[in-house]
Write a protein that binds this ligand. Structure first.
Ligand code: GAP
Length: 450
């Protein structure tokens, strides 16, 4: 009997492992549940995600500056921020199978999704999501510290430092990319929900009263960012939170959601945080965190609009959205073949261009190496491969989403031209080898999802 086809997520997870995007963490020890390591291609993918975000938030504008704050902060930070008191999930246990579940994730609050037992749930209990550890050699209450559950608080605690050192004035933002940790009760869906993850957050400080204007602005900006990097707009939506979904600090929040194989789920949240955080830290630290506007002679605590995205979720979205299995005719056998292709935007693709000598002789490898060096020199991520049939080499690149392959063949040595093969259309074009750098840069800039 034929084996049933694995579902889409299984195929993507398997490709990620096979081709070096994402591995189960501690694999040689049997893996550690819900922890993942990014392999050679995954790390490039994630770096591209972060670079694209930083470009859109910091490098490409003049009203936002960057920051990189510590993961472990003064324990008082989490008291002031409300995380010690309010950052928890309500959780229930099944008395039958001992399974533990997030109450808000249960479809049926009577019947256990694990063992099917009815009416066996305990009362819901609050479970704080922060990881606790100890700083220094003594494990005592006095030395207890937390791993940050969001990067945002490092931004608020540095508000004064940035204002005093950087000539910024509301409206302005502080952006940060870094690891956060949450002891999630139900991690899952591959890298979608894990206990250690990377966030890309920006706190936009504004004069009070401008909240709605900037809220709408950032919702649209962030939605457009995904579309601009090739995500299919019909798979994205904006969803405003109901009042009972709002985090303890927020007065309004809209998520950008993507339709994953299991349904729409959150990619990032754009939240109105009002003056909650700066007010709390003013009180907690006993420092004045207001801003004095020299022009209007007004003093106020800035309000905040925060777009907070997940780096791992974004990388996963690009993977899922790019994944396609395409049926194409096989010219040799006359039958049909399935081509697996990742249609990444070139700015997101781990490898931008692969360069092949058609055969390993007649000076072709040397010429190909010369082209590789020229491409690497201008910062295009380039991969050299001289092994195997050329058709198979193209397919291997399709499977990891390399937008272009350049092949050096006999004609190259005679007339100085090379073949550029396009991942999406599979068409081939001959161009002069010395125009390859310019041509590829142009193709990166011009690329549109077909
Ligand atoms: N500072 C606001 C904040 O942290 P959040 O909605 O809790 O808001 C922001 O987190 C983003 O971080 C989420 O939209 C998601 O992309 C990512 N994120 C949160 N928890 C995560 C987890 N357990 N695993 C992976 N990504 C996560």
């Amino acid at each position: 009997m034929a084996k049933p086809a694995p579902d889409l997520m299984e195929r993507i997870v398997s490709l990620c492992k096979r081709r070096g995007f994402v591995f189960q963490s501690s694999d040689i020890y049997g893996g550690f549940s819900s922890c993942y390591d990014y392999g050679p291609l995954g790390v490039e993918l994630k770096r591209n995600v972060k670079d694209a975000w930083w470009q859109s938030m910091v490098t490409g504008r003049d009203d936002i500056v960057g920051l990189d704050s510590a993961i472990i902060q003064h324990p008082e930070v989490w008291k002031s921020s409300g995380h010690l008191e309010g950052f928890h999930d309500m959780m229930v246990d099944c008395k039958e199978c001992k399974g533990r579940f997030r109450e808000d994730h249960l479809e049926d609050r009577n019947k256990c999704p694990n063992c099917g037992a009815e009416g066996m749930f305990t009362e819901a209990r609050a479970f704080n999501l922060m990881f606790k550890t100890f700083a220094g050699p003594v494990e005592s209450t006095a030395s207890a510290v937390f791993l940050r559950p969001e990067t945002a608080q490092g931004i608020f605690t540095n508000f004064l430092n940035v204002v005093n050192s950087s000539r910024v004035k509301p409206p302005f933002g502080i952006a940060q990319i870094g690891k956060s940790f949450r002891n999630e009760i139900t991690p899952g869906n591959f890298v979608f929900r894990t206990r250690e993850f990377e966030q890309m957050e920006m706190e936009y400080f504004i004069p009070p009263g401008e909240d709605d204007k900037w809220y709408e602005y950032w919702i649209q900006q962030r939605f457009d960012w995904y579309v601009g990097l090739g995500v299919r707009p019909e798979k994205l939506r904006k969803r405003a939170h109901a009042d009972d979904e709002l985090a303890h600090y927020s007065t309004g929040c809209t998520d950008v959601e993507y339709r994953f194989p299991w349904g729409f789920d959150e990619l990032e949240g754009i939240a109105k945080r009002g003056c909650f955080d700066l007010t709390q830290h003013s009180k907690g630290a006993g420092k004045d965190l207001s801003f004095f506007d020299e022009a209007t002679k007004e003093r106020y605590i800035p309000h905040v609009v925060e777009p907070a995205a997940g780096c791992d979720r974004t990388a996963m979205t690009f993977l899922v959205d790019a994944y396609e299995e395409e049926v194409i005719p096989n010219e040799k056998t006359g039958k049909e073949d399935v081509r697996t292709v990742l249609r990444f935007h070139p700015k997101i693709a781990p490898i931008t261009v692969a360069v092949f000598p058609l055969v390993k002789k007649e000076g072709m490898p040397d010429k190909a190496r010369e082209i590789v060096a020229a491409l690497q020199d201008v910062g295009l991520r380039t991969f050299y491969d001289e092994k195997g049939a050329i058709g198979r080499r193209y397919r291997r690149q399709d499977e990891v989403g390399t937008p272009w392959c350049v092949t050096v063949d006999g004609d190259t040595l005679a007339d100085g031209t090379v073949t550029v093969r396009d991942r999406d259309s599979m068409t081939q074009e001959r161009i002069a080898a010395d125009e390859i750098v310019g041509s590829l840069k142009q193709r990166v800039a011009d690329w549109k999802r077909g």
